[in-house]
Design a protein around this ligand. Structure first.
Ligand SMILES: Nc1ncnc2c1ncn2[C@@H]1O[C@H](COP(=O)(O)OP(=O)(O)O)[C@@H](O)[C@H]1O
Ligand SMILES: [Mg+2]
Length: 138
């Protein structure tokens, strides 16, 4: 296995990039001591965020980095694009809201899977989702 950097950046331009981001996240999460279930939840969150990038913005990037707070270690996923942005972020966080004939569960589901979640979006400028999962103590 290759060395895991403290921060990884994965450009999202197609389906294969989603797999790369998921795999990189698993490596980083393993290095940080996350169990397999948590790794799967993180990978699921990345799939949703990266798929939104492809579908609504066309391209963007996923940043993966380790986080730390008072002894706890975490993994932070940043999904950023310079796409059309979201007109009503609060509405987009509602279960079932979709402008793309989707299930409308990607953003609210990701918020439930992860511990911390922040969505910043501006119409015409793009969207940045920053979300963190903290490692459970064994
Ligand atoms: N990166 C993004 N850029 C622009 N709009 C987005 C982005 N991500 C999500 N959205 C908007 O938020 C809505 C809800 O997203 P989501 O919960 O993933 O559901 P779905 O993808 O099934 O529509 C989308 O339908 C879209 O309108
Ligand atoms: Mg979605």
């Amino acid at each position: 296995m290759r060395a895991v950097d403290d921060e990884m950046r994965v450009p999202i331009d197609g389906e294969l990039d989603i797999l790369t981001a998921r795999q990189d996240a698993r490596e980083l999460a393993t290095a940080l001591g996350f169990d397999g279930v948590s790794q799967t939840l993180i990978a699921t969150a990345i799939s949703e965020l990266a798929r939104n990038i492809l579908k609504y913005a066309g391209h963007g990037e996923i940043l993966l980095r380790s986080a730390a707070r008072s002894g706890a270690r975490g993994i932070t996923v940043v999904a950023a694009d310079e796409g059309p942005g979201i007109a009503d972020p609060a509405l987009a966080m509602t279960d079932g809201f979709s402008t793309g004939h989707g299930l409308g569960l990607g953003l609210p589901g990701t918020r439930r899977l992860m511990d911390d979640f922040d969505l910043v979006s501006k119409v015409g400028s793009g969207t940045v989702v920053t979300t963190t999962m903290w490692a459970r103590r064994p």
